[in-house]
Write a protein that binds this ligand. Structure first.
Ligand SMILES: Nc1nc2c(c(=O)[nH]1)N[C@H]1C(S)=C(S)[C@@H](COP(=O)(O)OP(=O)(O)OC[C@H]3O[C@@H](n4cnc5c(N)ncnc54)[C@H](O)[C@@H]3O)O[C@H]1N2
Ligand code: MOO
Length: 432
């Protein structure tokens, strides 16, 4: 195995070693944001019956040809059909039924005339059509007449059975993220319990003897851990479940023991630090000590060049860079696709959008793909990626407020104004 991989090779290798999480069945309300584990087909046609799309009158279109305010057509009103009931009468020639939106179409009727284009006559107590609102069937006088003021073609304002989805239609494919629209479809289909992939459990371990937790005094030479909290937040952004395993120094045995435990307990293991060439960069050896197979330890990307991928007891493991922005870029470009596969999504690779580059820094040509933190703005209908100056791997502040990472391919020039690929940072990306 070549140890210095291009990003595409790294995707290929990491995804081949990743399987979706196990499936569990949850109530529909808890399925929001999860990924569907089995295809769903329409159990019945939807809508289940021909229904009215308007409040008005179910008529026979042939009866009202040429109707207008000057030449109204009068029809006998047989009954009223509220939504949730079924019509009892057959609409014959010269007849109509008062009908509400969502109510089944009576046999014999083939079009709906909206209420605003009709006048109800002969109602009890001399009520006009407006005051007839909300009346029950018994409120209609036996000899009620409706005056139709408009001509409509057959089929007008009728939603036919199965027009939304015929019986057996594929409603949702396995691997689809369940959002609001999918929830509505599942509810319509009566899916009270939904098979979904378990949320990926992501173990996070931070290494480095200079790195301290949030509380307590900082001694000279020490800094606070920002990678642990950042990665936990990224995992949560995506809909995964972060599990914090705290911090370790640079001792191989201790790291190996911790990582082994994490691999046994989690679907994915993330560590930060110790992946470069320093005297204390022991992560690779620790993975091996933990019984793992190290697959690669460098990717042609900057920041985030030294990034290790291993498999320990069947669990994928990423050794991310300690530099915060390098760890961030490693996460977005390498960890997210693996998380998406674990989550059960069918589409896992990031899909960049095109934007015009507006960079404050120099566009040096290097032998690695460069990733610039960028804000995305729309100018004159064109997406522009604005990359500030703070692009060093150790710079944390320039991660705030960005919407994407511009990719400048190795050995390519990217002058301002050129079209570049931008990988969007999406919350819920495990899901979308
Ligand atoms: N001689 C070389 N030195 C370095 C090389 C190289 O090729 N040759 N590569 C550089 C690059 S590029 C990177 S990226 C870093 C990667 O370093 P490590 O992943 O081994 O990380 P550390 O050395 O442990 O830390 C780097 C940096 O980040 C700070 N850090 C570490 N952990 C945290 C944390 N949890 N929260 C906040 N900040 C953290 C740490 O203090 C260091 O400043 O190596 C270069 N060196
Ligand atoms: O990759 Mo180091 O990759 O520049 O921060």
């Amino acid at each position: 195995m070549e140890m210095f991989l291009r990003l595409e090779e790294a995707w290929d290798v990491t995804l081949r070693r990743t399987d979706a999480c196990p499936v569990e069945t949850v109530p529909l309300f808890d399925a929001y944001g999860r990924v569907l584990a089995a295809a769903v087909q329409a159990k019945a046609p939807f809508p289940p019956f021909d229904r009215s799309a308007l409040d008005g009158y179910a008529v026979r279109a042939a009866d009202i040809q040429g109707a207008s305010p000057d030449a109204p057509v009068e029809l006998q009103v047989l009954e009223e059909v509220p939504a949730g009931t079924v019509p009892e009468r057959v609409v014959g020639a010269g007849q109509a039924a008062k009908i509400m939106t969502g109510a089944p179409i009576p046999v014999g009727a083939d079009a709906i005339v909206r209420k605003e284009a009709a006048e109800l006559l002969g109602n009890p107590a001399g009520r006009n059509s407006e005051s007839a609102d909300g009346e029950g069937a018994e409120g209609l006088c036996q000899h009620a007449i409706v005056r139709i003021l408009m001509d409509v073609p057959a089929g007008e304002a009728i939603s036919v059975q199965g027009e939304d989805a015929p019986q057996g239609a594929m409603l949702l494919e396995a691997g689809t993220r369940i959002g609001a629209a999918e929830t509505a479809l599942l509810a319509t289909n009566g899916e009270a319990m939904v098979p979904v992939y378990r949320r990926p459990r992501v173990g996070i371990l931070v290494s480095g003897s200079e790195v301290r937790p949030l509380s307590g005094e900082l001694l000279p030479g020490q800094i606070r851990d920002s990678n642990g909290p950042m990665l936990a937040a990224l995992v949560r952004d995506l809909g995964g479940e972060p599990v914090l395993y705290g911090q370790v120094g640079d001792e191989l045995e201790e790291i190996a023991a911790r990582v082994k435990q994490m691999a046994a307990e989690c679907d994915l293991v993330l560590t930060t630090g110790g992946v470069s060439v320093g005297d204390y960069d022991v992560m690779r050896d620790a993975y091996v000590q933990a019984g793992g197979e190290v697959v690669f330890w460098k990717v042609t990307m900057r920041p985030g060049t030294p990034v290790t991928f291993a498999e320990i007891a069947g669990t994928p493991v990423f050794g991310l860079s300690g530099n915060p922005a390098a760890a961030y870029v490693n996460f977005v470009m390498l960890v997210v696709p693996v998380l998406r596969k674990l989550a059960g999504l069918s589409q896992v690779l990031p899909r960049p959008v095109k934007a015009v580059l507006d960079s404050a820094g120099s566009a040096k040509v290097i032998g690695l793909d460069r990733f610039l933190r960028a804000e995305l703005v729309s100018l004159d209908g064109q997406l522009v990626a604005r990359a500030g100056k703070g692009q060093k791997a150790a710079i944390l502040t320039s991660l705030v407020g960005i919407q994407g990472l511009v990719r400048i391919p190795a050995r390519e020039e990217a002058p301002n104004g050129s079209l570049v690929d931008v990988y969007l940072l999406q919350e819920g990306a495990l899901s979308r």
